[in-house]
Design a protein around this ligand. Structure first.
Ligand SMILES: [Zn+2]
Length: 478
């Protein structure tokens, strides 16, 4: 009897493994328009020029003129694109470009690429191979802050539009480009741009922003994998306050505010949200499984049996674990201002990244339940963002992006979850689908240069970017 049940089990596992099919389907090669000719060396030089503007924080007097000069430079570098597009400025310095299509009945497409950059951490300038705001072209790459995040993409979009416009392309579908000026510090520009489009009743077929890319050493496969973000996590920070009576630390009460606050933080973090093999992380593995070794295929096709194993595998790195649940990260603490003074109130800040399918309200409930009985007050530091919807992998736009990312079928493509936040969240209600992908190839290690030291864009990646955006617009907007 046992032998019979084991045989049946083995049979089920085998059948399910054989039936496993990727949720990603590609377009025929001839369904995608070719890219117009463009000048790669010129594009590299222009990425370098773009990097030299220190567009760090528009709210800072010292940097504000850099933004204005960058906008003037963009207009002079791309005259043909500027001649066919209408340019508007919202929220002070966010750029909204519209290339009106001939068919007003079709929803528009929106490309996003912000032009603010993060600063270089004090004292690390000298560790760069080339100064971070030099925009040096050397060793087959453009070097500097923003070459990947995200000026490289913005310049590539304009290279593509300039080439299309000068070769006589005229879109049937309206093409909109929004370049936020404060993506790294809140995204108010993108929100204002979305409000402008909303006030006009603009419908968007799809949105494409930064978020994920092609990872050349994807762990399960050990080869390049293109990950297209179909969702992004929500974001919120809870402030935990433990009110206390201050006073001199020579005569402390049985418990100080610091202790209550510390207990509250531990109570919350000792009850992590369960990790689940579902949503975009599970879809990613389902898409990659057909390209993976047999044991992975068997496990993914039979997740009803192997879910604990799959979760353990994915959760073996912090980045992988973050795709499986809402994360809880205590980041800041405040006690009294001096070592011999009891705090008037002690406070802790816990940053959450909320998984798709979860909610900010559930996070707040969890924190309140975990700290029940402790004298603390808990509230959001600022209104939280809910996680995004999960965009379709069956839409025309996804299939086009996936086809371009696959580089003639040589790179497996999978949907993925963006664990950070992007400007695209502001446009969710206007768009059928939102995707987050840059066609850049880099190793897991190389991606650490983003917001870090030695950020650089290889010329082969710049070529990929321009070609990708040109073919995307030429196909989706024709
Ligand atoms: Zn960015």
């Amino acid at each position: 009897m046992l032998a019979l049940s084991l045989a049946a089990l083995a049979g089920t596992i085998a059948v399910r493994t054989l039936a496993l099919d990727s949720p990603v389907t590609l377009l025929d090669a001839e369904a995608v328009a070719p890219a117009p000719a463009f000048d790669l060396d010129g594009a590299a030089r222009r990425v370098g020029e773009a990097v030299r503007f220190r567009t760090i924080r528009a709210s800072d007097e010292a940097y504000a003129p850099e933004f204005d000069r960058f906008h003037e430079w963009l207009a002079s570098a791309y005259p043909a694109a500027h001649a066919v597009m209408q340019k508007e400025v919202v929220a002070g310095r966010t750029l909204v470009y519209t290339w009106a299509g001939s068919d007003a009945s079709r929803p528009a497409m929106l490309l996003l690429a912000h032009h603010d950059v993060v600063p270089v951490t004090g004292g690390t300038d000298s560790q760069w191979s080339h100064p971070p705001f030099s925009g040096t072209v050397a060793d087959g790459a453009v070097w500097g802050r923003g070459t990947i995040d995200d000026k490289g993409s913005l310049v590539a979009i304009f290279e593509a539009l300039e080439a299309l416009a000068s070769h006589g392309f005229r879109p049937a579908r309206t093409v909109i480009v929004v370049s936020g000026h404060d993506e790294e510090t809140g995204g108010t520009g993108a929100a204002a741009a979305a409000q402008l489009l909303r006030s006009r009743g603009t419908q968007l077929e799809f949105v494409l922003d930064e978020g994920l890319a092609t990872v050349t050493d994807f762990p399960l496969l050990g080869r390049p994998v293109a990950l297209v973000g179909v969702a992004e996590k929500g974001y919120g920070t809870l402030r935990i306050t433990a009110p206390a009576t201050g006073g001199h630390s020579s005569a402390p009460p049985p418990e100080t505010g610091v202790e209550v606050m510390a207990r509250a933080v531990l109570a919350i973090t000792s009850q992590p949200f369960p990790m689940r093999f579902d949503g975009p992380a599970a879809d990613m593995l389902r898409a990659l499984a057909p390209h993976a070794p047999l044991p992975v295929r068997v496990a993914v096709a039979n997740d009803w049996l192997f879910e604990p194993l799959l979760v353990r595998q994915l959760a073996s790195t912090p980045g992988g674990a973050a795709t499986l649940h809402t994360t809880i990260a205590p980041t800041m603490l405040r006690g009294s201002p001096q070592e011999n003074v009891l705090p008037q109130d002690a406070a802790a800040w816990i940053n959450y990244r909320i998984a798709p399918g979860h909610s900010a309200a559930a996070v707040l409930d969890h924190a309140r339940a975990a700290t029940g009985g402790l004298a603390v007050e808990i509230d959001w530091q600022r209104p939280p963002y809910e996680p995004s919807r999960v965009s379709s992998t069956g839409s025309d736009a996804f299939r086009l992006i996936a086809t371009l990312a696959s580089e003639r079928g040589s790179v497996p493509v999978a949907p993925g979850l963006v664990t950070a936040t992007t400007d695209s969240r502001s446009f969710a209600d206007l768009a059928g689908d939102v995707y987050r992908y840059q066609p850049i190839h880099a190793s897991m290690r190389e991606f650490e240069m983003i917001h870090g030291t030695d950020e650089h864009l290889k010329l082969e990646n710049l070529e990929r970017l321009v070609t990708f955006y040109a073919r995307l617009v030429a196909t989706a907007a024709r």
